[in-house]
Design a binder for this molecule. Sequence first.
Ligand code: BEZ
Ligand code: FE
Length: 286
Amino acid sequence: MRNINEDTITTAVLESIAGCDNPRLKEVMSALVRHLHDFAREVKLTEAEWMEGIQFLTATGQKCDEKRQEFILLSDTLGLSMLTVALNHSKSPQATEATVFGPFHVHGAPQLEQGDDMSGGAVGEPLFVQATVRGIGGEAVPHADVDVWEADADGFYDVQRPELTGPQGRAVFKTDGEGRLNFKAVLPVAYPIPTDGPVGRMLAAVKRHPWRPAHVHFIVKAPGYETLITHVFVDGDTYLDSDAVFGVRNSLIGNYVRHAPGTAPDGSVQATAFHTLDFGFVLEPA
Ligand code: BEZ
Ligand code: FE
């Protein structure tokens, strides 16, 4: 392994990991090295450019903390998150499609009951969600865990508002004995992903906008079924065809309906306009 040049370096690195006794790690590392080297050869990467790349990745890591996940943003905006979703979730055509997880999920959201309001006081027009959870055979999935999170009407998740002392716009529910779930939320709006970091600078440099179309996030989990991570998007949104993270699927566009002030599905009388969303989640068997 001396006198290595641009033609022999790839083989030299691959030989250096030949002894790896984890076959999957060896496969992934070998492919990564081959593609990275081919990338550098293809663009004739200069030393100054690679130093800039290293500084970009360093800044991406430095931007991360408990509430800010800049590497997830990078993966999402480069389409890598959606590519891994597409590679891993395309089994049954009847099942609800998966989409990106995103960086704003928080473990341990409040466990709420059927009919409860998950907004926690978040600003926004009232939204009454009526969901069902079924298997691909049409069977109801009782007592499924449904984790829900959304941004408020200003386009911010609670974790982006340092002034808050408690959760807003997030909750965990259980479907009832017939796989049904009703709850109250706020109408989601389109929002820009955070742009005050290296990923924002990258988007601006390549002339991309940072917007995501309005959506509510869901994780649906039940024993015997594949866990589903998805969104329900709002029809007519300006950004459905240019989502900054490539997550939109036609089947995930929900029927959000606007209603004039009056009686809501939970029997309450709403003094202002409100919205309803009916959506059926379909889970694949595990
Ligand atoms: C989100 O929908 O919360 C999200 C997804 C990817 C990047 C940023 C935000
Ligand atoms: Fe989101």
